[in-house]
Design a protein around this ligand. Structure first.
Ligand SMILES: O=P(O)(O)O[C@@H]1C[C@H](O)[C@@H](CO)O1
Ligand SMILES: Nc1nc2[nH]cnc2c(=O)[nH]1
Length: 292
C-alpha cells in the first residue's frame, strides 16, 4: 500500500484538496464523489468511532468536479464522550494531507421563525458556547506547527465562498430557501428547554446545533479556508403552548428530503474553487504508515 508520509513530508508538491464534514443525515454528500475509496473509521489508527445514527463512520476519498476531495461520512460530537481534541482530530489530519478548504455541514434547529425546516443557512458566524466556557480544542500547549497561540476568529467563515454559495443558490432556483445566519453550538445531547431556546433567541442565534464550532476553530487555527452550512431540520420550540417536540429521526428525515439540493450546492461550490493542480492526491490503500 501507499504510505501517507510522502504527502505529509512534501505536501506543497501536491494538489490542494477539499475536505467535507457531513452532518447528521447528510452523509449522502459523499455520494457525489467519483473514483471513491472509502475507509471505515475503525480501520484508521487513532480515529475515534462514530456512535450516532445518521453518521456512517467512513472517510471517503474521491473527486468532486475534478477536485480532490476527502469526505467524513459522520463526525464526532462532544456529547458522545469524545474529548474536543478527538472530535477535531480529523481537521488536523486534513491539514497534513494538503487540504486547504474545509466545508462543514450540520443539522440544526431554527430559533428565527423565518427559518423553516428544509431551509439552508450559510454560516456567517458562530457562537461557541462550550468554547466560551473553556471547553476549547485549542486548550493546552499550543502546537506552533499548526498555528498561533491566539488565533483570530473574526472572518472565520470565508466571505467570498459565502457570496458564491448564495449566487449558486440563485442559479439552482433555491435562493428562497437560503439565507445567512449565526449558528450556536451547545453541548447536547438533549435538545433545548424552552427557557434555553428563548435565551438563545434573545442572544441573536439563528440556528442551534451540537457540533461544527470546534472543527471551525481548529481549521481556522491552522489556516484552512472554511465554508459552513446548516440544514434547518426543525424549529426549536419556544412556547409553553407548543406541543411539538423534536426528535433525531425527524432531523434525519429532513436531510433525506434535501439531499439532492445540498449535493448540487456543494458540487457547484467546489467546482468554482481555485485549485492549482499538480498531481491527484495519492489515495492510501489501507496502510497508514507510522506517521499516525
Ligand atoms: O452532526 P450534527 O451537528 O449535524 O448533528 C446534529 C446535532 C446532533 O448530533 C443531532 C441531533 O439530531 O443532529
Ligand atoms: N441543539 C440542537 N441541535 C439540533 N440538531 C438538529 N436540530 C437541533 C436542535 O433543535 N437543537
Amino acid at each position: 500500500g501507499i504510505s501517507l508520509s510522502p504527502l505529509i513530508d512534501s505536501q506543497d508538491e501536491y494538489q490542494k484538496a477539499v475536505a467535507i464534514i457531513c452532518g447528521s443525515g447528510l452523509g449522502m454528500l459523499a455520494d457525489a464523489l467519483s473514483n471513491q475509496d472509502a475507509f471505515k473509521y475503525s480501520e484508521i489508527p487513532g480515529f475515534p468511532h462514530s456512535t450516532v445514527q445518521g453518521h456512517a463512520g467512513r472517510l471517503v476519498f474521491g473527486e468532486l468536479r475534478g477536485k480532490t476531495c476527502v469526505c467524513m461520512q459522520g463526525r464526532f460530537h462532544m456529547y458522545e464522550g469524545h474529548s474536543l481534541c478527538k472530535t477535531t482530530f480529523p481537521v488536523r489530519v486534513f491539514k497534513l494531507l494538503g487540504v486547504d478548504t474545509l466545508i462543514v455541514t450540520n443539522a440544526a434547529g431554527s430559533l428565527d421563525d423565518s427559518l423553516r425546516p428544509g431551509d439552508i443557512m450559510i454560516l456567517k458566524d458562530h457562537i461557541n458556547f462550550p468554547g466560551l466556557c473553556g471547553l476549547n480544542p485549542l486548550c493546552g500547549p499550543n502546537l506552533d506547527r499548526f498555528g498561533p497561540r491566539f488565533p483570530a476568529m473574526s472572518g472565520c467563515y470565508d466571505a467570498g465562498l459565502r457570496r458564491i454559495a448564495m449566487e449558486i443558490g440563485k442559479q439552482l432556483g433555491v435562493a428562497e430557501v437560503m439565507t445567512e445566519g449565526v449558528y450556536a453550538m451547545v453541548g447536547g445531547p438533549n435538545f433545548e428547554s424552552i427557557a434555553e431556546a428563548r435565551l438563545l433567541h434573545r442572544l441573536g442565534v439563528d440556528a442551534v446545533g451540537m457540533s461544527t464550532a470546534p472543527e471551525v476553530v481548529v481549521a481556522t487555527h491552522c489556516g484552512l479556508r472554511v465554508f459552513g452550512l446548516s440544514l434547518i431540520t426543525n424549529k426549536v420550540v419556544k412556547s409553553y403552548d407548543d406541543p411539538e417536540a423534536v426528535d433525531h429521526e425527524a432531523v434525519l428525515a429532513v436531510g433525506r428530503r434535501r439531499a439532492q439540493t445540498l449535493q448540487s450546492l456543494v458540487m457547484e461550490l467546489v467546482a468554482r474553487f481555485k485549485c492549482v493542480v499538480y498531481f491527484a492526491i495519492l489515495v492510501p490503500k489501507r496502510d497508514f504508515g507510522s506517521g499516525f
